[in-house]
Design a protein around this ligand. Structure first.
Ligand SMILES: NC(=O)c1ccc[n+]([C@@H]2O[C@H](COP(=O)([O-])OP(=O)(O)OC[C@H]3O[C@@H](n4cnc5c(N)ncnc54)[C@H](OP(=O)(O)O)[C@@H]3O)[C@@H](O)[C@H]2O)c1
Length: 284
């Protein structure tokens, strides 16, 4: 159903964010898509406008920089675009022992996964209230439930997202704003992750999903005001096993599994490149 309201999606040029954008577009939702500069975002926006006859605005900003979050909000306000859905998807993962990673990588992870989500939620809150009924979807991860080796900082940022979403939901439901959190397991979103997923053992490979499968589950769950969205039967099974088995056994199995992974981080964010400057360095 076409409306004059907009859904804002962060990290929308690639991976899960892109799949969410396509899913929302197929539901005739107008979109504001945000990603890094030079990220093919405008091309995606054009394609969605042509295919679904909706309005799509592409805004290129590095959201790990605090002022850019503020500028994004200001830009949307000045354009008088009414937002009634905020999807905090942007986030970066890594798999590496703590000592292997640079402080720059950890700072970027905290800034993007935690700070950008918190800031944007705060900045857009009044607009969401003005356009209610409205929704916030925060993208967490299954790793917020398991305390895995090589996932210390990433897992902790996603535990924050989980806790933040649940508390906020309690506060905002009375104000007509629904808050949901989606906790996907592994998804085949980008080259590095696809390679790692392929190297997984048989059981773990059964849980890997494509972002195009997860996105409809996410939006359906959000619109039906689900509190926690866990996509996929295997991921639900992992959570059940976690509750049933003693924790020392879970840790042993999980860490034994993760320790076999080669260390990696995502595209623009190499593991040990010192402190990242405001403007991103290109991939090595
Ligand atoms: N993939 C998984 O297995 C998995 C599992 C559970 C949860 N998640 C979560 O799902 C979310 C999306 O992950 P993904 O795997 O789809 O990631 P991805 O493929 O690396 O895509 C990340 C998106 O964020 C954008 N982005 C990166 N840095 C940015 C910045 N500083 N400012 C603005 N935009 C930026 C990227 O733009 P560019 O194209 O310009 O780089 C891209 O559009 C994350 O929160 C992640 O933690 C992923």
């Amino acid at each position: 159903m076409k409306t004059n309201l907009y859904t804002l999606i962060t990290g929308a040029s690639e991976g899960f964010g892109r799949a969410l954008a396509i899913e929302c577009a197929s539901r005739k939702m107008n979109l504001i898509l945000v990603a890094l500069p030079d990220s093919k975002l405008h091309l995606l926006a054009e394609t969605l406008i042509q295919k679904y006859a909706i309005d799509v605005i592409a805004i290129e900003k590095d959201l790990s920089i605090e002022e850019n979050c503020t500028m994004l909000h200001k830009q949307v306000e000045e354009l008088e675009i009414p937002v009634n859905m905020l999807i905090n998807n942007v986030g970066i993962s890594s798999t590496a022992f703590f000592g292997e990673g640079s402080i720059g990588l950890y700072q970027k992870q905290v800034k993007l996964n935690v700070l950008a989500t918190t800031l944007l939620t705060s900045l857009f809150l009044d607009m969401l209230k003005a356009n209610k009924p409205s929704h916030i979807l925060n993208v967490g991860s299954l790793s917020s439930f398991f305390y895995l080796a090589k996932k210390q900082v990433y897992g902790a940022t996603k535990s924050y997202i989980y806790s933040f979403s649940k508390s906020l939901r309690g506060e905002l439901s009375a104000e007509g704003i629904n808050v949901s959190v989606i906790c996907p397991g592994g998804m085949n979103t980008n080259e590095t992750i696809i390679k790692t997923n392929k190297a997984n053992n048989w059981l773990a490979r059964q849980s890997i999903m494509n972002p195009e499968e997860v996105a409809p589950i996410a939006i359906k769950g959000l619109l039906s005001r689900k509190e926690i969205i866990i996509p996929g039967r295997m991921n639900k099974l992992f959570l059940l096993i976690d509750k049933l088995l003693p924790s020392f056994l879970i840790k042993m199995i999980a860490n034994n599994h993760v320790n076999k992974f080669k260390s990696y981080s995502i595209g623009n964010y190499p593991i040990n490149k010192g402190v990242y400057s405001g403007v991103l360095e290109t991939t090595n």
